[in-house]
Design a binder for this molecule. Structure first.
Ligand code: TXA
Ligand code: MG
Length: 328
């Protein structure tokens, strides 16, 4: 049985009790829900890998408070890294840094750690209460979609033995953090995410455009979450030609998914087996937010998803990245 805790009354001491019994707890963050455990409790950390069915060679993001002394946890920071932290923490920016006092089990024995300070009151209260950084990968089984609500966490991890979830409502970003590594003062985007390139550039940072994550993965560099990932349970086809997209045919029950800013022709179902969904007419942030939820719903409603790519601008890049990975 998974307890779903409302963040009221003595919820915080309950969370701490789970941690003290070496049980991870799923917590909301502004990006997606995380499966959290204190880095000081190796048995609880080991359970994160178990619950997610995650290979132990895949390291965990570690979360802390911005107002903590970061030098308890990292060896050093460059100027650019300090400025990034100053500007974007707390928030959806994760940084690859040389670790200190962080157990090898959290980082899959790497000397580097991916760190971030989440912007979510509930998560921050747990950090303040326990006083130790929390490792927290997204609260889903390996390769599946990240959850943006407590109920999605329960559906995925409840049967696998997760003991508790704190329900903090919908994640406000709905897309994972952007993972950045600073090399020679330039930013390598290791994973596109809720913080767009444009925002980083606007704040005066230089992105290493020559760096391409897929190429780096092949060369054995630090490379978060490559390969098939973020995948719904039903097959997903990604198209970039609106005409081909709208005329895609199959005997299966289809969901046609389109995201704002793609120049698609009018949305009319052309056979009774198909459903059309347009994600957020309003803005890409809202679309990013709805994307995972829509894919999750589609798993029970249709047999295949046919999605039209959006433009590679702003959050559109992160959305297209998730679609590409969902496609394998
Ligand atoms: O928004 C987020 O980042 C969410 C919330 C819960 O914070 N977390 C998240 O964690 O997305 P996860 O584990 O699902 O994705 C983190 C990615 C993984 O692909 C992992 O391989 C990579 O970051 N990663 C973590 N630590 C790393 C390290 N030390 N070196 C290289 N890659 C690392
Ligand atoms: Mg994940």
């Amino acid at each position: 049985m998974t307890s779903i805790l409302k963040p009221e009354g003595d919820w915080l001491s309950k969370v701490e009790e789970f941690f003290n019994n070496d049980e991870p707890v799923a917590l909301p963050t502004e990006t997606v829900y995380g499966l959290a455990a204190p880095i000081s409790r190796p048995k609880a950390i080991a359970k994160i890998f178990d619950l997610k069915n995650r290979p132990t060679f895949n390291p965990l993001i570690v979360h802390l408070k911005k107002d903590w002394d970061i030098f308890n946890w990292v060896e050093k920071l460059t100027d650019v890294e300090s400025r990034l932290i100053e500007k974007f923490w707390p928030g959806p920016l994760s940084l690859v840094l040389p670790k200190k006092n962080i157990p090898d089990i959290c980082t899959a024995s790497s000397k580097l750690v991916v760190l971030r300070a989440p912007k979510n009151k509930i998560f921050e209260q747990v950090l303040d209460g326990y006083g130790v950084p929390l490792a927290a990968p997204s609260a889903n089984t390996s390769t599946r979609l990240s959850p943006t609500t407590a109920i999605r966490v329960q559906e995925d991890l409840g049967e696998r033995g997760l003991k508790a979830i704190v329900d903090g409502g919908r994640s406000s970003e709905g897309l994972e953090s952007t993972i950045v590594q600073v090399v020679n003062e330039k930013l390598r985007i290791l994973r596109e995410g809720a913080l767009s390139d444009e925002e980083l550039v606007l704040a005066g940072f230089e992105i290493d455009k020559s760096y391409q994550s897929q190429v780096a993965a092949a060369s054995g560099d630090v490379m978060p979450g490559q390969g098939k990932h973020y995948a719904p349970l039903v097959p997903l086809v990604v198209m970039d030609d609106p005409q081909k997209w709208v005329s895609y045919h199959s005997n299966k029950k289809l969901l046609f998914l389109k995201i704002l800013e793609s120049d698609a022709p009018g949305l009319k179902p052309f056979n009774q087996k198909a459903q059309f969904v347009v994600l957020s007419q309003n803005d890409l942030k809202e679309a990013a937010f709805e994307l995972f939820e829509t894919l999750r719903l589609a798993e029970t409603e249709v047999e295949q998803i046919v999605v039209l790519k959006t433009k590679d601008i702003g959050l559109g890049r992160a959305i297209n990245d998730r679609l590409r990975r969902a496609n394998g």
